[in-house]
Design a protein around this ligand. Structure first.
Ligand code: PMP
Length: 457
């Protein structure tokens, strides 16, 4: 026993030395990547390593899942040592920090970076929370949500989508972000990878990284109209892939795929036996029909809905998820473990909000009007290119190739004109693009676009 324990300790020490050596090699590779302006992420190398790990695990009679988990950890370590410092002022965080500092100094900025609307929440939702609080609805509840809310979600899904949800397929969540976190935490328990279509909402990758999982980023391009390459996505799926996230209307491009493309992507997930997560939180903001996962047949899936955008209730932190019973069950469990239950009185707010179709419609109309005005204005700006969004609350323009240092445009726009936008690199490898939010008042959007025009003329 003593001898064996000594051997275990020696083996552990040897593993530590090997990890340190591996990190050292990764760091040297990072320096080369940096000097040649190559991205830190390298999907091909990761895939080759994955095949190696699967092979070696089998050869050594080791559980493949364990091998994959160790590799995920090693790759995360390599990326950590390769990450460059926030030296360039154009990194998204640096730009946001600069905006905060300028505002602190009293400079008035035109804020086109904010990811929420200035619409008011439905009155009925506010009043329901108020009266529920007064009626002492201030207790713990079940982690899925109170039965009245579960039943209201069920009626809403029937009315809106003709979808008949079983109770075991439903969960009320504190916002879409948490739903995605809870789902990925459940799916990536033992490591793994997830397909994300770029440009994408940054949280997907950040959550995956936090969970020690790998992102398989699929690039879509302006030239191809942000159309997802179905075949390439199918080919990118590996032994360790557990899920794929779709988000239409997209944050940041506003793209909505056709029903046919959506169906093809569902088929890819089904054939590969992975979970399809469909983040549909912007669905009411669309001038075209939005395909929904609720109209497709799949064993493992999740629909992400939220009161944040359509109902203008960001600060309420309320959303609703529907999905395969096994995944929803895990999410309910995850919620019980992490925060017990949603605030009881806010669940009454959610019930009221689910009946506020008129307010949701009004918000959508107002957004459409803003989108039209913003696009008219953007059309007059020289040296900008963008696709008119199908939906969502953002526009994702890029500066033309003849603009000097296109990747520094967002920083220049802030410094020289006091307009904040989110730089394209927040959403993937899109240095010359930037996201314009239509969350604020129309006059402010038009003023921001006018100032962009000044800088680009
Ligand atoms: N998905 C996407 C694509 C988003 O843009 C956001 C918010 N910016 C969310 C989910 C999460 O929103 P919430 O947590 O407020 O529901």
């Amino acid at each position: 026993m003593k001898g064996l324990r000594k051997e275990v300790a020696d083996t552990t020490a040897e593993i530590m030395r090997l990890v340190a050596r591996r990190n050292d090699l990764a760091k040297r590779i990072g320096e080369i990547k940096s000097s040649e302006s190559l991205p830190v992420d390298d999907a091909r190398t990761e895939n080759e390593l994955l095949s190696l790990v699967v092979r070696e695990s089998k050869k050594n009679g080791m559980d493949i899942q364990t091998g994959v988990k160790v590799l995920t950890l090693l790759i995360a370590e390599a990326k950590r040592v390769q990450r460059r410092g926030p030296d360039a002022v154009e990194t998204p965080t640096a730009i946001m920090a600069m905006a905060k500092e300028l505002e602190r100094q009293g400079r008035k900025l035109v804020r086109l970076d904010v990811g929420e609307t200035d619409f008011a929440p439905p009155r009925a939702a506010v009043e329901a929370a108020e009266s529920a609080m007064r009626a002492k609805k201030t207790h713990y509840t079940g982690a899925r949500g109170i039965p009245e809310l579960v039943s209201a979600m069920r009626s809403f899904l029937m009315r809106k989508y003709g979808f008949r949800a079983g109770e075991e397929q439903l969960v009320a969540v504190p916002g879409g972000r948490f739903a995605i976190y809870a789902a990925l935490a459940s799916l990536m328990e033992r490591g793994g990878s997830c397909v994300v279509v770029d440009p994408s909402w940054p949280a997907y990758k950040q959550i995956l990284e936090q969970l020690g999982a790998r992102t398989i980023a699929i690039k879509t391009t302006f030239e191809e109209g942000w159309e997802p390459p179905v075949q390439k996505i199918a080919e990118s799926i590996r032994e360790d892939t557990r899920a794929m996230i779709l988000n239409y209307p997209s944050n940041p491009t506003g793209k909505v795929v056709s029903e046919k493309t959506f169906g093809a992507l569902v088929k890819v997930a089904r054939d590969a036996g992975i979970t399809l997560i469909s983040d549909e939180i912007y669905d009411t903001y669309s001038r075209v029909g939005v395909p929904t996962i609720l109209h497709h047949d799949l064993d493992d899936w999740l629909y992400v809905g939220s009161f944040s955008k359509s109902w203008a209730m960001t600060g309420f932190r309320l959303g609703f998820s529907v999905g395969s019973a096994s995944l929803i069950g895990k999410m309910v469990n995850f919620q019980a473990l992490s925060f017990t239950s949603l605030p009881e009185f806010l669940q009454h707010s959610a019930i009221a909000a689910l009946g506020c179709d008129a307010e949701v419609r009004k918000n959508a109309e107002e957004m459409q009007e803003r989108m039209d005005r913003a696009c008219e204005a953007l059309d007059r700006v020289p040296r900008l290119r963008y696709h008119r969004p199908d939906g969502g609350i953002y526009v994702f323009p890029g500066v033309a190739a003849d603009v000097p240092e296109p990747s520094k445009f967002a920083g220049r726009l802030l410094r020289e004109k006091g307009v904040t936008v989110v730089p394209g690199n927040s959403f993937g490898d899109y240095p010359e693009f930037f996201r314009v939010s239509l969350g604020g008042p129309t006059e402010s959007i038009l003023e921001g676009v006018r100032l962009m025009g000044e800088l680009l003329s």
